[in-house]
Ligand binder design. Structure first.
Ligand SMILES: Nc1ncnc2c1ncn2[C@@H]1O[C@H](COP(=O)(O)OP(=O)(O)O)[C@@H](O)[C@H]1O
Ligand SMILES: [Mg+2]
Length: 387
């Protein structure tokens, strides 16, 4: 087991800057998920920890000792890849043991014992004689995990290990990975582009974009208190709505003014500073509800429905408000039709304001009411910080 520290890590490939100076602490025994869109630098970050690439600048440390210049085989980390990377001509067992002798100081008997243990843990004991072509995708990925496990490394590095599996199997393997970590408690860095996977797997989730860390937080805090617009719109599906508004103050408090509405904004940290300027109002589709006839029109958004999408458990509505678009969810059998005018009332405790240019969060209405303090610290550099 080990603690991994990334300090101002930067990686350039010629003109391409893949990683723009990131700081990250992966505590001993933790399961940290790194999530972000394709091309944001996730794989590069893992490869830098594994030693498959060398840093352009900054430091990667294990238990405080710099790994810069240390060969991959001497780092005691095991990587699991999306494409399994199994040798087609070798049996599952051989795939697991190949190279293990030189990568570890285990003798043959020890390796044999470890294969048996890993096979039982992964439920592949009956498959050890098969070659990859005779294994399903899920079984291949178990063999690839087995290969990592028998080495008993200090750190597991997993690069989208479930992405090649179908949706059902992915959900099952997700649960199994979580269980595996409960048992082994090996420090794990897990990379995915799938925000749902990140939210369900991570104790702590690192959101990356464009080579930078955007926010490191628990899944719930990422959802409730996104540090900037990127996180707000990346986490959650359908994505958070974002509408530019003028933040005005009046006798009855602050309001978010838009050609289509003037919503009251509950008092909260950051609100006073935002008054008399423009900001982007963020509100999640699931935090808007279709108002009844008796609604206070003053606290509602009047919108025209443009598209309705039945999802089974809800009816997704795409609406127009002035020149902006807005999504919301109605009850599945509601009789709303495209072309209808609807009044939408937002949950007043679930409103967000973001800086128009930098995208940084200025205000979350929930914070005024219930100061969140679950002992965690939000570590989020400003979205605009340059390296
Ligand atoms: N070997 C390489 N040579 C040149 N550019 C690379 C190389 N590897 C990655 N990149 C570039 O670095 C950026 C980050 O890539 P990567 O870390 O693979 O992203 P992710 O895993 O998040 O999809 C991308 O723009 C990618 O094209
Ligand atoms: Mg990748």
């Amino acid at each position: 087991m080990a603690r991994i520290t990334l300090e101002n890590v930067r990686k350039e490939y010629g003109d391409v800057v893949a990683v723009r100076g990131i700081d990250l602490e992966v505590p001993d025994g933790s399961f940290v998920v790194v999530v972000g869109p394709s091309g944001c630098g996730k794989s590069t970050t893992l490869r830098l920890v594994a030693g498959l690439e060398s840093v352009t600048d900054g430091d990667v440390r294990k238990d405080g000792e710099s790994l810069v210049g240390v060969e991959p085989k001497d780092r005691d980390v095991a990587m699991v890849f999306q494409n399994y990377a199994l040798y087609p001509h070798m049996t599952a067992e051989r795939n697991m043991t190949f190279g293990a002798g030189s990568a570890t100081d285990f003798d043959d008997a020890e390796i044999e014992r470890r294969v048996a243990d890993a096979a039982e843990l992964l439920d592949i004991a009956d498959l050890l004689d098969r070659k990859p072509e005779a294994l399903s995708g899920g079984e291949r990925q178990r063999v690839a995990l087995g290969r990592a496990i028998i080495r008993d490394p200090d750190v597991f590095l997993m690069d989208e290990p479930l992405s090649n599996l179908d949706a059902k199997l992915r959900i099952r393997m997700r649960a199994e990975l979580a269980k595996l970590h409960e048992e082994l408690r090996t420090t794990t860095v897990y990379v995915t582009h799938d925000q749902t996977e990140a939210m369900t797997l991570g104790d702590e989730v690192v959101v990356m974009n464009d080579g930078r860390i955007q926010q490191v937080d628990s899944p719930q805090r990422l959802y409730d208190y996104p540090a900037n617009r990127f996180v707000a719109e990346f986490i959650g599906d359908p994505a958070m709505n974002a509408l530019e508004v003028a933040v005005e103050s009046g006798a009855d408090g602050a309001r978010a003014a838009h050609p289509g509405f003037r919503l009251p904004l509950p008092d909260g940290d950051g609100l006073d500073a935002a008054v008399d300027s423009r900001a982007v109002l963020g509100v999640r589709p699931e935090d808007l509800s279709l108002a009844g006839a008796d609604t206070d029109a003053d606290a509602a958004i009047e919108a025209t429905v443009t598209v309705t999408e039945p999802l089974g458990d809800s009816l997704l509505l795409e609406c127009r408000v002035g020149d902006d678009r807005l999504k919301t969810q109605a009850s599945p059998r509601s009789d709303v039709r495209s072309g209808d005018t609807v009044a939408l009332t937002p949950d007043p405790d679930r409103l967000h304001l973001f800086d128009v240019e930098a995208g940084t969060a200025l205000y979350h209405s929930a914070e005024g009411a219930t100061a969140p303090d679950d002992g965690r610290t939000t570590r989020s550099p400003p979205a605009t910080s340059e390296e």
